[in-house]
Every structure is written in C-alpha cells, then in structure tokens.
Design a protein around this ligand. Structure first.
Ligand code: FDA
Length: 431
C-alpha cells in the first residue's frame, strides 16, 4: 500500500497565473477524448492570487498587443516557440471565453475593461471550479518525490498530509514578492527532482542610489531618458523610456527593464555601470551646439530657464546645484568648462547605484530552471517524465508591459494540454 493518500491524475503546485491557466487547460482537455478527471491545485498561500491582484497597479496588465521573443530574456529560440503556441489574439479570445473583455491602452498594454485585477482572478478561479479542479489554498508543498517500483507517478507532501499524482505541474513562480507565497522554495523542489537552477536575481526592480545624489528633491518626477548598461566596460543594454525619480533612487519602466542586467552583473561580481542621457534625442555634440545657439539667441536667459526647454526646471536646478554651477548665470556668461561639464552630465550621467530594491519590490525573477531542460512543445521536463514546469520558475523573464503574464498563460496552455493528452493516452493504454 502506498504511503501517499489518494491518487490524482494531475497535481498542479502553485495557483498563480501559470498554475491556474495550466489547471484550466488540463481540465478542458483536447478535442479528441475525455479530459483528466481528478485535478488538484495546491497553493501554500491562505488566499490565492495575491500577485495577480497587485499586478499592474491593481489593474492586471494581462498581455501586450505585440509579443515577440525579443521582449524576453532567456533562450530566445525556445521562448519564440512557446509564444507561438499562444498568440496574443488567442489570449484575448481565451479571456473573452472566460467572460473578460480586454482593452488596449496607448502603450500597447492590455487590461480588463473593468480596470480591476479581481476580474481576472475571479474568471480564472471560477473556470477552475466549473471544470471541477479542486483548489486547496493553505497547502504548502514540502516535497515531491518521483515514485518507483510498483508505484507510479509522484508522491507529494504538503502541510496537511500527502497525495499521489500521475503527473505534476510545477508552477511555484520565482522569488519576487515572497509574502505572496512565491518565496523560491519551488526551485528547491525542482532541484531535488534533478533540475538545475541558474542563479536567480531580482528583475524589473527599482534601484537605490547613493544618498548624496539629488533624487530625493525630484521624488515623483518622471522624464524620458536613454539608459545604457555597461558590464566590464561593454554595452549590454541600451533603452529609452521613462525614468521616475523616487525618495530612494530611481524607478519607472526604463529602469525596471534595465535592472536585470545590473543585478545579474552584481551577482557575478562583474563591474557594472549605468549611465543616463537626459537628452535622448541629442548626441553630446548636438547638445553642445544647442547650448551655443541658445547663448547666441537669448544670451541673458538664465541657465535653468534655458535648460527648461529640454528638461524640467526642477531637474535643471538640481543638476546645476549638484555640479556646483549657478543656475541663475546668464547662458552667454557660462564658462566653457562648465558648459562642457553640463553637456557631459546631461548626456552621459553615471547613476551611483548602491543596490537594487530587493525581492519585496522586484516584479519578477531573472534565472531559474534552464529552458533547455524542458520540451518546449509540452513544457514537460526532459529529465523527469510526467513533470511539467510553467511560468516564472523557468529561466525566462519579460520586460514590463504584460509579457510575464503572457509567458505564464502560454506555458500554462502548453503544459495543460500536454498533460491532458498524456493522461488520456496512458488511460487508453491500460484499458
Ligand atoms: P506566481 O508567483 O504568480 O505564483 C506562484 C504560486 O505558487 C504562488 O501562489 C505561491 O503561493 C505558490 N507556491 C510557491 N511555492 C509553493 C509551494 N512550495 N507549495 C505550494 N504553493 C507554492 N506581469 C505582467 O505581465 N503584468 C503585470 O501587470 C505585472 N505586474 C506585477 C506587479 C507586481 C507588484 C509583481 C510582483 C509582479 C507583476 N508581474 C506582472 C509579474 C507577474 O505577476 C508574474 O510574472 C506572474 O505572476 C508569474 O506567474 P507564476 O504563476 O509563474 O508565479
């Protein structure tokens, strides 16, 4: 007799976006044949879906109108294949079938028309209930063992006992926002089952700057910048977008997107440097030219008023103060040396980053189980037959804008359908 209780067809571990999607697709089955009957979804959190609820500022940015592999970091060949299985239009149609209409915003981000992430969570949970998926919150999985000999499938230990399942879908997420239940223990489960886990670092994270900088004075102000990340002196990332000054340092989409390069270089002990152009449309030379034109055209205008044509006046004042240049100086009176220092600071300002803001503020995890260890057509482990991995536990992180949820839906779909087909095929073989 087995030491594990009750046999299930499928046990899904983790009821986040990927686990909920995987459960639904597994329970819906494929066109030809009956879907698995006994699907259980276990989650350590007392109430599930916390991360969906906080996402997108409480509105849940479900996906993006254009999603390509270049919006992600990881093995892009594999990512491309996964994404191809669930194009954005299919995601939109799927949510419509769950009773949720999505709207596209100017940025290309898609949100529920209700502007409430609760709409998304309710739709997913309701569909699970409709399909007979049994959801067990407050059931933290402490071990998953691959059964051998006369026993088949997996033995699962959780905080209320044990269960047995023919197939397991590991959807335990990463390490971001650990209080939601995604505290990285899923990596340990994957490791025990034989998988590698590449170094995990916070991604989509705000960055803390040296106290001596002027960020506190500008807290709440956003500006368009070009942000360049150099590791070992080599440019590894360059992007333009909105930077938000905060009381601790910098945030905003451009910073969040670049943060993964900073955190991963730090993790490896490599020298990393972030530099900003506050004049993304200008080169250093054209900025110098612009200053000269201003000095000729409106020579008595103050330096800060002149700069206010390009950046906010408050930023101009802070930058001048930081550089020890009097912002009230008439532009034509500005010594050449100061003009050159200003131009350099405006176009190539080195951000004094002290550290990232950590897992409590990072939106996702860079690193995880290597994509090469799963079959991208099914998300089944190449090392452990019957084990499937979906969502953020995998070594793939998307930029800000709905891409990480799209990854969760797409991997959930592939694993859910594959598991369903596999349970059915095995059932038929035993008949
Ligand atoms: P997720 O972390 O969501 O779920 C994992 C689940 O597994 C959790 O419920 C956890 O409790 C459970 N679990 C873990 N270990 C367990 C164990 N041992 N036993 C049982 N259960 C266990 N993305 C996006 O595309 N658009 C957006 O708007 C946002 N916004 C956003 C805001 C904030 C503040 C954060 C932190 C993140 C985002 N994201 C986002 C990212 C997005 O939320 C994230 O990529 C997905 O939720 C990942 O989904 P998963 O299901 O893979 O993991």
């Amino acid at each position: 007799m087995s030491i594990y209780d009750g046999m299930h067809d499928v046990a899904v571990i983790g009821a986040g976006a990927a686990g909920l999607a995987a459960s639904i697709f597994a329970a819906e089955g494929t066109a030809n044949g009956d879907p698995p009957k006994k699907i259980v979804l276990l989650d350590g959190a007392k109430t599930i879906g916390a991360k969906i609820l906080v996402s997108g500022g409480g509105r849940c940015n479900v996906t993006h109108d254009v999603v390509t592999a270049t919006d992600f970091f990881g093995n892009r060949r594999i990512i491309k294949n996964v994404l191809a299985a669930f194009p954005v239009q299919a995601t939109i149609d799927w949510f419509a079938s769950l009773g949720v209409d999505l709207k596209r915003e100017e940025t290309g981000k898609l949100f529920p028309v209700t502007d409430k992430s609760r709409t998304i969570l309710n739709a997913l949970v309701n569909r699970c209930h409709e399909l007979g998926v049994v959801i067990h919150p407050d059931h933290r999985v402490t071990d998953v063992a691959c059964l051998t000999g006369s026993e088949t499938g997996f033995g699962i230990r959780h905080t209320h006992g044990t269960l047995q399942a023919k197939k397991v879908i590991l959807a335990t997420g990463g390490r971001s926002l650990p209080k939601t239940g995604s505290d990285g223990f899923g990596y340990e489960l994957a490791r025990r089952l034989g998988h590698l886990v590449s170094a995990t670092t916070p991604a989509l994270a705000p960055l803390i700057l040296d106290e001596a900088l002027f960020h506190k004075d500008l807290s709440g102000i956003s500006q368009e910048v070009e942000l360049t990340t150099r590791v070992n002196g080599r440019v590894v990332d360059q992007r333009t977008g909105s930077l938000l000054w905060t009381h601790f340092g910098v945030s905003g989409p451009v910073v969040m997107d670049a943060s993964r390069f900073w955190t991963s270089a730090r993790e490896k002990g490599e020298p990393v440097d972030l530099s900003v152009s506050f004049l993304p449309a200008l080169t250093q030379e054209s900025a110098r030219q612009w200053f000269m034109e201003q000095a000729a055209g409106a020579p008595r205008r103050s330096l800060t008023k002149t700069l206010a044509h390009l950046v906010t006046e408050r930023f101009a004042e802070s930058l001048c103060r930081y550089l020890g240049i009097n912002g009230q100086t008439a532009i034509a009176q500005l010594p050449r040396k100061d003009r050159d220092r200003l131009v350099a600071a405006l176009t190539k300002f080195r951000l004094p980053v002290q550290q990232d803001r950590g897992w409590n503020y990072a939106e996702v995890t860079a690193g995880g189980v290597p994509l090469e260890e799963v079959n991208f057509r099914t998300m089944e482990s190449k090392l452990v037959p019957g084990l499937y991995l979906v969502g953020e536990i995998l070594d793939c992180d998307g930029r800000i804008g709905g891409f990480n949820f799209q990854w969760a839906w797409a991997t959930g779909l592939l694993a859910g359908r594959a598991v369903s087909a596999s349970v059915r095929a095995e059932g038929e073989a035993h008949r």
